[in-house]
Design a binder for this molecule. Structure first.
Ligand code: ZN
Length: 151
């Protein structure tokens, strides 16, 4: 099987059997955004604990690229520190801009979306979930700043 076909399989698998597609009771952070170009909509829920992504889920509707990217995103950031999650978001955006050569170990299934770079109109679909995640996590920074920890 050609690499492109393997990537397509991975994307379709996440689209047909999305991971962590549900509401997340107790999520402190959530954000909804849409991509009017394609009609995609994604809500991301994050439960943070001790500066880590202790729980993450999404809900949404739209094309296979947007929904599979959201599914992969939840798997990729689960358990990471908030800083690592934001750094992965930045690397993912870099990959979609053709600027970052992704590390397969770090990216896992996300690497399957690399082929979307060839279809500029779909890039927004692929990064939507990450935009929403980033916006949700930025709320976390503000929350932390207003409640400093005692040393
Ligand atoms: Zn789309």
């Amino acid at each position: 099987m050609a690499l492109d076909d393997i990537y397509k399989e991975v994307i379709l698998d996440h689209y047909k059997s999305p991971r962590n597609k549900r509401e997340l009771p107790g999520a402190e952070l959530s954000c909804t955004r849409n991509n009017p170009l394609c009609g995609d909509e994604i809500t991301v829920f994050v439960h943070q604990q001790d500066g880590r992504v202790a729980g993450v889920s999404f809900q949404g509707a739209g094309c296979s690229i947007s929904q599979s990217s959201a599914s992969m995103m939840t798997e990729a950031v689960q358990g990471r520190s908030l800083a690592e999650a934001l750094s992965l978001a930045s690397d993912f955006r870099g990959m979609m801009a053709g600027e970052v050569d992704p590390d397969e170990e770090e990216f896992g299934d996300l690497i399957a979306l690399k082929g979307v770079v060839k279809y500029p109109i779909r890039i927004k679909c692929a990064v939507l979930a990450w935009d929403v995640l980033q916006e949700a996590l930025q709320g976390a920074g503000e929350a932390t700043a207003s409640a400093p920890h005692e040393a």
